[in-house]
Design a binder for this molecule. Structure first.
Ligand SMILES: Cc1ncc(COP(=O)(O)O)c(C=O)c1O
Length: 377
């Protein structure tokens, strides 16, 4: 049987990995500044993570959500401690799209309304409502297009209010820093006013932290820089360091009811053990502070690249914008220099999403390769 051919693939076959390095089937070492699309948070095969998963699978890998599972509670408590999100409850699922799907569904249940307001260039996943709230017509099937979603320019409060005034909107969904869209972020004034508008017009504010959460920006959540209090926060990617897990943090004022949300695999023992290990390592290795330091260093080094237009993003969710398409540069970085980087909707933006454990020496390696490719040495 062939594989359903939906992914354009690089000709690299990773078979093992350690911290920021990935090794292919010929034992060639690659520097991973992409983190498998912002997924690797504490580094590949972190010993504490491997141990936690190994021990858990030996004990109990899975049982359904019909029994007591103390690891879910331990995860919720650790998440509360590290994120500072005290007035929330946790619902666990399996991916970023599923997190947003549940967030949107919950907003609709809670408000009794059905329209969604989303932002241009936003990405929220590929399931029903999540993909309908994603600004990319190519991935929205006619089935998904039945959802009622309005797309507004990031930062446009006037249009946002006009749409919210119609009173049919159950949720406003937003990435505080857009990932796939190309690392745009609006002002603190905008995010604060957006929250006020949501409160005024009884719409829930869903902040999608699937990519930007779990320390990637140097804050636990990217929205925290703007001093807002979302009604729902979606999480996934860095949460499991590669183990599939997602979830939503749900503000206390939103009532739970048996059967309102549910999943077979979400919150299973193994996934919770993986995520708990991730949080423990983030805490023990003080990775948030480390991310801030490495980010500053990266941005400093970027100043020496004369062809660079701007550095976008925060923490280790960064983009280097040039005034030419980066596609072939990215290929040269992989095939000639063995460095993984990322792309985005903006063809001129090279995305940098390394494991949060990346060190100065790795950043130096990257800039040397970049200068070599740009004849900027
Ligand atoms: C901001 C954001 N939300 C949601 C998703 C969807 O996550 P998943 O691919 O785990 O469904 C992504 C994936 O890239 C994302 O970047």
């Amino acid at each position: 049987m062939s594989l359903f051919n939906v992914y354009p693939l690089f000709d690299v076959t990773p078979v093992k990995a350690k911290d920021v390095y990935v090794y292919d089937d010929n034992n060639i070492e690659y520097l991973d500044l992409y983190g498998g699309h912002a997924v690797i948070s504490i580094g590949h095969a972190h010993p504490q993570y491997v141990k936690a998963i190994t021990n858990q699978v030996k004990q109990l890998g899975f049982y359904s959500n019909s029994i007591q599972n103390p690891i879910q509670l331990a995860l919720a408590n650790k998440l509360k401690q590290l994120s500072g999100c005290h007035d929330y409850n946790l619902f666990l699922c399996n991916s970023g799209a599923e997190a947003n799907e549940n967030a949107l569904k919950l907003a609709s249940f809670h408000t009794g309304k059905s329209r969604v307001l989303a932002f241009k260039n936003g990405f929220h996943g590929r399931t029903s409502a999540a993909v309908a709230a994603t600004d990319n017509p190519n991935i929205i099937a006619p089935l998904n297009a039945q959802q009622n979603v309005d797309f507004v320019d990031l930062g446009d409060l006037e249009t946002t209010e006009k749409i919210l005034k119609k009173k049919e909107v159950c949720a406003v969904i937003i990435e505080c820093i857009q990932g796939v869209g190309g690392l745009d972020e609006s002002t603190t004034h905008f995010y604060q006013q957006l929250q006020l508008l949501c409160n005024t017009y009884n719409a829930l504010l869903i902040v999608d932290e699937v990519q930007s959460g779990f320390g990637r920006t140097g804050d636990f959540f990217a929205y925290q820089k703007h001093n807002i209090t979302p009604d729902i926060i979606s999480i996934a990617k860095g949460m499991g360091n590669g183990f599939p897990i997602g979830g939503i943090l749900i503000a206390n004022h939103i009532q739970a009811k048996f059967g309102l949300l549910g999943t077979t695999f979400g919150g299973n023992h193994l996934a919770c053990a993986a995520s708990l290990a991730v949080l423990t390592v983030i805490e023990n290795e003080q990775l948030l502070e480390h991310v801030r330091q490495m980010s500053n260093y990266f941005i400093e080094q970027a100043q020496s690249i004369s062809q660079l237009k701007t550095v976008k993003g925060r923490g280790l969710m960064l983009g280097l914008e040039f005034d030419f398409p980066i596609q072939s540069l990215r290929q040269h970085l992989i095939y000639k220099h063995q460095i993984f980087t990322g792309s985005s909707k903006n063809p001129n933006l090279l995305r940098i999403l390394p494991p949060l454990t990346v060190k100065k020496v790795h950043i130096d390696t990257f800039f040397n390769a970049l200068k070599h490719e740009l004849n900027d040495a």
